[in-house]
Write a protein that binds this ligand. Sequence first.
Ligand SMILES: [Zn+2]
Length: 345
Amino acid sequence: MLNKLEAIREAGLARISEAGTLESLQEIRRELTGKKSELSDVLKSLGSLEAEMKKTVGMKANEIKNFFADKIEEREGEIVASASVIDGEIDLTLPGIPVAEGALHPITQMCYDLNDAFLSLGFEVYNEDDISSEMFAFDNLNFPADHPARQSMDTYWLEGTEDKSGAERLCLRPHLTGGSVRKLIMDGVPSRFIYPGRVYRNENTDARHERAFFQYEALIVDKDVTFSSGKVMINTILEKVFGRKINVRMREGFFPFTEPGYEIDMECLVCNGKGCRVCNQNGWIEVMPGGVINPNVVRAAGYDPDEYTGFYTNIGLDRLVMMRYGVDDVRFFHSADLRFLKQFK
Ligand SMILES: [Zn+2]
């Protein structure tokens, strides 16, 4: 009888070791330790044995039952550990399921790159509301009362406030510059910050103009900020964004809120300075007007222009994006045409 039990143990162990799946292991468990197993038959037959033998065989049979249970559990662990994550057959010839991937709009990407460049120079980011007022959009910025930009041909005035003036006459901000004074009033000087956002102009659209477009402005106000500090800042920012030295030139320009003001051009990267329709065939493109802050603006913010001065730069994001990718029509970037935008993923 004991020999028979040993034979059952041997055969059982061999079957457990060969089991390849959890299902077959379950089947083997039933066969080895279930009610109809050989082991059960042995236990059932104990009644016909002598007392001493009954005890010995009983103990042995139970020991084997426990032995099987341990070995099955062990094998189960091995099967689970070696099992592939993928259940069933794989057909490698089937086409895959494309993963829908979003991406940053190229203008947003440019904005982020500029943010990185400015933040590395110690600037902070400021956001202003899209709705501004005559006071912030014009009065504070030294715009004369008869400046054409104040007229409805350029600025979108809000219905119901047309007959009011100053802080009560509301408009969609025609430029970001008004926000700079708001920030200076709020947070004091010295200060250096960037304030990107969308601005609105009532203009005809063409290859370089849109009715609503992003602007990106930076202002630094401190004691002893000069024109040359501004020039170094512009060169540094363009170099950081484009990853190489960019040829820049500054021409005299006039803006009510600067004195002196500049038109800052960079060499056209669409044609590499040879001349194309983006740069009006002259090899240079205006990318950022700017200049030294006008003393009247410093006064409007509540500070003494003899003590504090500063430098404005308004960066044309659209133009920089056109330069970065060599795209010659700005309207593509606002078209929401995925066939175009997908190229910049
Ligand atoms: Zn060009």
